[in-house]
Write a protein that binds this ligand. Structure first.
Ligand SMILES: Cc1cc2nc3c(=O)[nH]c(=O)nc-3n(C[C@H](O)[C@H](O)[C@H](O)COP(=O)(O)O)c2cc1C
Length: 201
């Protein structure tokens, strides 16, 4: 009888410890994710060091984990690894920072053959934007730097289409140079309670 009670008490203690560990590790994960979001900044200068294929794949996996309207995933990603193409982008689009020695640039595009037909067509912009933000956050969590540099809806997107040889139904949203940071920009405090409205304006 005494043995049974002892076993029961041990089982209870181990279960409790297990629960505690699980909740500690989920709190830690949450803290890490929130910290990553809060400390992300645009990085525009890079060391020129290359990054690995595994790192590039992780960035693309994170991009494609984004939500999309009725899960159409209307995206395509051009990964620019060649220095000559980076130089062309840098020259054509000075604000793209591709002349600042990034390891690569990713060009997230909308694929109009997968976009919703009719009035929902422009949801591709939201979808590809969500994928782009995932790239920025993933890069930051990997110790890399990146910046979203806009193409669409300015006429620059058509220029980029030509430069990258994209078919007409592939619309480049932006250029995201990614690399090892050569600068540590300050984190901007954007918290502004005036932006918040509860229930009604
Ligand atoms: C749609 C869009 C277009 C942008 N275009 C450029 C750009 O052409 N060049 C650039 O250096 N940064 C560009 N940025 C980055 C913004 O300048 C940057 O996000 C903003 O200043 C806030 O700084 P943070 O990213 O460090 O928080 C763009 C960002 C967005 C969302």
């Amino acid at each position: 009888m005494q043995n049974k009670v002892l076993i029961y008490v041990c089982v209870c203690i181990f279960s409790l410890l297990g629960c505690q560990n699980q909740s500690n590790s989920s709190t830690m994960k949450q803290d890490n994710v929130i910290e990553n979001i809060r400390t992300r900044v645009s990085v525009r200068q890079f060391t020129g060091d290359k990054i690995s294929d595994e790192q590039i794949q992780t960035l693309l996996q994170c991009a494609m984990s984004a939500p999309s309207a009725i899960n159409r995933q209307p995206w395509a990603f051009i990964v620019v690894t060649e220095d000559s193409v980076l130089a062309q982008l840098g020259q054509a689009f000075p604000y793209s920072r591709c002349d600042q020695h990034p390891a690569i640039a990713i060009v997230p595009c909308g694929d109009m053959s997968k976009a919703i037909e009719g009035e929902g067509r422009d949801f591709w912009i939201d979808d590809v934007s969500a994928a782009t933000q995932n790239i920025l956050l993933a890069a930051h969590s990997m110790g890399l730097g990146a910046v979203w540099t806009g193409l669409y809806p300015t006429e620059r997107y058509a220029q980029a289409q030509t430069l990258l040889g994209l078919p007409e139904h592939i619309i480049p949203l932006c250029i995201v140079p990614v690399g090892v940071p050569a600068e540590q920009p300050e984190i901007k405090d954007k918290w502004n309670t005036a932006n918040i409205h509860y229930n009604r304006w």
